[in-house]
Design a protein around this ligand. Structure first.
Ligand code: FES
Length: 165
């Protein structure tokens, strides 16, 4: 009788420990999954832009992480700002987030500058604020140069140099 009682207690403890381990394991798995990025986030992590495909002296707009990115390939030194533009091969490139630094509207390209329809703010072709309420230049997104591509979403030495100049 005493042995059966002991067996029952051991079995009870075993089941309790198994259940607890299962619960903790499940919680751990839940926590792990909640920190893993969704596949859509992983896919949106970086975008590689082939520079040879860009039109000269006009912005090309790329959607990246839900925002427009303007890239202008320049061959005219009159429009180059070496503190804002990066030289790759024979051309300079302006890369900026197309979100007005006043209240976030998307500026449009008009007569070689960006004009914001919301309150009339203006930016030059390198993204410098030149008129109206925008308090600062368009933001340069993180990028790196890889072969003849700009990779958005990764930090390269060219990006670091521009944002620290
Ligand atoms: S949001 Fe662009 S000028 Fe106000």
């Amino acid at each position: 009788m005493a042995i059966d009682e002991t067996k029952r207690k051991v079995l009870g403890w075993s089941l309790g420990i198994s259940a607890l381990a299962g619960t903790l394991g499940g919680l751990g798995l839940g926590v792990k999954k909640s920190f893993d990025p969704l596949p859509s986030v992983l896919e949106a992590g970086v975008v590689s832009v082939d520079l040879s495909a860009l039109t000269l002296n006009k912005p090309t707009t790329i959607q990246f992480r839900g925002k427009p990115i303007f890239i202008i390939k320049k061959d005219n030194m009159n429009f180059v700002n070496e503190k804002r533009d990066v030289k790759i091969g024979d051309y300079f490139y302006s890369i900026m987030i197309g979100s007005c630094t006043h209240l976030g509207c998307i500026p449009a390209w008009k007569q070689e500058k960006f004009v914001c329809a919301c309150h009339g703010g203006q930016f030059d072709s390198s993204g410098i604020n030149t008129f109206g309420p925008p308090p600062k230049p368009l933001v340069i997104p993180a990028f790196k140069i890889q072969n003849s591509n700009i990779v958005l979403g990764e930090v390269g030495p060219e990006y670091t140099k521009l944002v620290n100049s």
